[in-house]
Write a protein that binds this ligand. Structure first.
Ligand code: SAH
Ligand code: SF4
Length: 381
């Protein structure tokens, strides 16, 4: 619901939108029209949907709003990375980041799936944020729409030449702990009559929620990225508590069985480089042994520090040596360039802006029990 009790339309899948129109006595073509206006043209105002009659525009405006999150802050990094702090109707915040490719004709929108995260990976700033609720499909889709608005990329270019070309579900939260809403949102973003981003341009990153991985592949068919970060259960459980629930052997089995993975569509293993913790040549060789036989590629992420973090980033030479060992074995193993560090938009840094908001004017509202109402998954013990 919007603030004023009108229903929000974005976030309804095609069938749900058709059902909504049927409920007010409209034929299916009305849903099609709306879909086009909302997701192809980016229109938010019914009175500008010119193919819809004036009385119908008014009837729609009485019951519905198209819906957009409020942009509470809009920050641009010196490297072109941009971060939006979005505010939802209940006062909660989530962050969305746009990372342009270095050639600046394309780029990835990094989308959050939860406010905070119930998991507590030791190297991750989001993981220290205890307040959690799942984002709704409307709030997830809304992040991409807000990014599009900011770059004026409407109507959807049909030649594929768009700046906001890719989506990575790598913002705040664990997407596979909010799968239903994430799935509805991704299907809307992939729909060819609207935004039409191909599944090949969408990557979902998980910390390893094993029981949901197959469904993710079957239902969405997006690229999978797995936050691996350690090659032994002992270390992984220490820095990623979810490993106690789904240890490496189970995680690797789920990767082997991931629908749609092939040599042409490899699973990305993300590996954060922590100085003296997981960055030795022996670790690199153990990593190769672990993923043997899998269609894999790597993404080495230099650790991004945040206030109070207990780790340091591995020295550049050690990261390079690690990467060389993987590449010499025939795997792609780029070192991710940290982007947007100056605005705390880099991997694992999302949180602080929300916290600042929280500690000021949101404090009372957020303290008033939102946590309990929306806590989606218990933290892994
Ligand atoms: N929850 C999901 C997706 C969001 S995190 C997941 O964990 O996969 C996106 C990536 O950033 C993950 O690989 C995560 O492990 C990594 N990351 C978290 N904190 C980081 C930090 N401080 N520096 C670098 N990468 C970090
Ligand atoms: Fe959550 Fe991912 Fe951060 Fe772990 S790395 S705390 S799963 S957002």
């Amino acid at each position: 619901m919007a603030m004023d009790d009108r229903k929000i339309l974005i976030g309804l899948g095609r069938d749900a939108l058709a059902a909504e129109m049927a409920a007010i006595g409209e034929k299916p073509f009305r849903a099609k029209q709306l879909w086009h206006w909302m997701y192809n043209r980016g229109e938010t105002d019914f009175s500008r949907m010119t193919s819809i009659s004036k009385p119908m525009q008014a009837a729609l405006a009485e019951r519905y709003v198209v819906g957009r999150p409020k942009v509470a802050r809009d920050l641009e990094s010196t490297d072109g990375t941009r971060k939006w702090l979005l505010e939802y109707d209940d006062g909660n915040h989530a962050e969305t980041v746009f990372i342009p490719d270095t050639d600046e004709s394309r780029g990835s929108v990094c989308i959050s799936s939860q406010v905070g995260c119930t998991l507590t990976c030791r190297f991750c700033h989001t993981g220290t944020q205890t307040l959690v609720r799942n984002l709704t499909a409307a709030e997830i889709v809304g992040q991409f729409l807000a990014a599009r608005d900011a770059y004026g990329e409407w109507p959807t270019p049909d030649d594929g030449g768009r700046l906001l070309s890719n989506i990575v579900m790598m913002g705040m939260g664990e997407p596979l702990y909010n799968f239903d809403e994430v799935s509805t949102a991704i299907k809307i973003l992939m729909d060819g009559d609207g935004i039409g981003i191909s599944r090949r341009r969408i990557t979902l990153s998980t910390s390893g929620v094993v029981p949901m991985m197959r469904r993710c592949g079957e239902e969405l068919g997006v690229n999978l990225a797995v936050s691996l970060h350690a090659v032994t259960d002992e270390l992984r459980s220490r820095i990623m508590p979810i490993n106690k629930k789904y240890p490496l052997a189970e995680l690797m089995r789920a990767c082997r069985e991931y629908p749609g993975a092939s040599n042409a569509r490899r699973i990305t293993f993300e590996y954060v480089m922590l100085k003296g913790v997981n960055d030795s040549p022996a670790d690199a060789r153990a990593l190769l042994a672990l993923i043997k036989g899998l269609p894999a590629k790597f993404n080495l992420i230099p650790f991004n520090p945040w206030p109070g973090s207990e780790f340091e980033c591995s020295p550049a030479a050690d990261v390079r040596r690690f990467s060389d060992i993987l590449q010499d074995a025939g795997y792609s193993a780029p070192i991710r360039q940290p982007r947007g560090r100056d605005i705390l938009a880099a991997c694992g840094q999302l949180r602080s802006a929300s916290e600042r908001q929280r500690h000021s004017r949101q404090a009372a509202r957020l303290a008033a029990g939102i946590e309990d109402d929306h806590h989606p998954q218990p933290a892994v013990p």
